[in-house]
Design a protein around this ligand. Structure first.
Ligand code: FES
Ligand code: FE2
Length: 421
């Protein structure tokens, strides 16, 4: 049973909070790299409750600054992206990538303040797919974010961002809980469907084996396999605090990496990086398939048009005759159950009735609590989480009934030797 205090500790992410402290020890992905052009338009960014602005200078380097000008607080989103810095449109102060104010044209030459004013600036890293920022103490900054997909050719990696309502933890829990697939994402009533007869879609009550990796966990969901006596293992990896690795449904060996990044306590940036090193068979172009993958964005934003305000355009006829949810797009199906819980943006975990298939999310909550406890006790991380230098390889395949599932899962994680050819 989660208490009010435990829940509050898990969900609050702003400066000075316990969970905010943990999250600030990790590089945080926030934007597809391609969405920030050199000397192009700045983007407003909110991370862990902090209002920021991101821009890419003429050299291609990315800055993340306090969104408000240190002079008199004007929104730097309106600023001019000029060569190596961002210039405020009110009185022309210019901020460099490192936060130094390099030009104050409304000051007389030789004035004391010139060259002494700085604004908040956070380190960034561009891995070519995703932009990351580090908001924590400089002395604990890891040298770089994890290299998960960088060894793969660029055309085999793609990224998509969706801005969601709701606290980050309920979005993370949705990814960890594979048992919902047989319900929420079920297309059983529609005849031959996108994913054929994969076990995850047909078994509503899978067994769960949890393998503690020391940087999160592997959640192995066990269902009946195709051959007599075999078992299907669908293994999702969680790297604390906010990443999950999800096996591809169509090709075992392809993956998706999901990041539930807290914008603030009530909003989440959802990033999905598709990593397809193996050829993906062409999808059929049926109406059903098209609607499953369709995401309609509100103009000029990463928000979707479908929202609680329009009930995600739930179609009762579709719900009766075609799928379980009555909602067309797979990702929107997730949003419909994760954005608002009991009508609010922050789930009240004190009122839940958890069952056996909820053990995975319980594990994650306890592990996150341990990270907070350790950080508060001695200033260190209890485990590396997303900082672990390992090759994340979730999978979905059948194994013999005699296979030791724990061993089988452990064998799928390989150490990553960064910088070694
Ligand atoms: S408010 Fe930005 S320069 Fe004055
Ligand atoms: Fe889902």
């Amino acid at each position: 049973m989660t208490t009010v205090e435990e829940n509050e500790r898990l969900v609050r992410v702003g400066p000075g909070t316990a969970m905010g402290g943990v999250l600030r020890r990790y590089w945080i992905p926030f934007l597809p790299s391609a969405d920030l052009g050199a000397e192009g338009e700045p983007k407003r960014v909110r991370l862990l409750g902090e209002e920021l602005v991101a821009f890419r200078n003429r050299d291609g380097r990315v800055g993340v600054l306090d969104r408000y000008c240190p002079h008199r607080g004007v929104d730097l989103f309106y600023g001019r992206n000029e060569q190596c810095g961002l210039r405020c449109i009110y009185h022309g102060w210019k901020m460099e990538l490192d936060g130094q104010v390099s030009d104050m044209p409304n000051l007389r030459a030789g004035t004391q303040a010139a060259g002494r004013v700085r604004t908040t600036a956070y380190p960034t890293y561009d891995d070519g797919t995703v932009l990351w920022a580090y908001l924590g103490p400089p002395e604990t900054r890891p040298s770089r974010p994890p290299a998960i997909w960088e060894a793969t050719a660029a055309e085999q990696v793609s990224v998509r961002r969706i801005d969601c309502r709701g606290n980050w933890l309920q979005h993370l829990e949705g990814q960890i809980d594979s048992s919902h697939v047989a319900f929420l994402h079920s297309y059983r009533s529609s005849g031959p469907h996108l994913f054929g007869d994969e076990a995850a879609y047909t078994d509503p009550n899978p067994d769960l084996e949890i393998v503690d990796t020391g940087f999160g966990a592997m959640f192995a969901w066990l269902r009946k396999g195709k051959a007599a006596g075999s078992r299907n293992v669908r293994m999702a990896q969680w790297a604390a605090p906010f990443m999950t690795g999800i096996a591809g449904f169509v090709v075992d060996g392809n993956h998706q990496f999901h990041f539930a990044v807290p914008e603030d306590d009530e909003h989440t940036i959802y990033l999905v990086v598709s990593h397809d090193p193996l050829p993906v068979p062409p999808r059929d172009d049926s109406e059903e398939t098209r609607r499953l993958g369709e995401l309609r964005y509100a103009p000029g934003s990463y928000r979707l048009e479908l929202s609680p305000e329009n009930d995600y355009e739930i179609d009762r006829e579709m719900q009766r005759t075609q799928n379980f949810s009555g909602i067309a797009s797979l990702r929107v199906q997730d949003l419909a159950v994760q954005e608002l819980v009991r009508g609010g943006p922050v789930a009240d975990r004190t009122r839940e009735h958890l069952v056996a298939t909820d053990r995975a999310i319980l594990f994650a909550r306890r592990r996150l609590a341990r990270l907070m406890d350790r950080l508060e006790a001695d200033g260190t991380l209890a485990e590396p989480g997303l900082l672990a230098e390992v090759d994340f390889r979730p999978f979905d395949h059948d194994v013999a009934a005699t296979t030791d599932v724990g061993e089988h899962c452990r064998a799928s994680v390989r150490p990553l030797r960064l910088g070694v050819g």
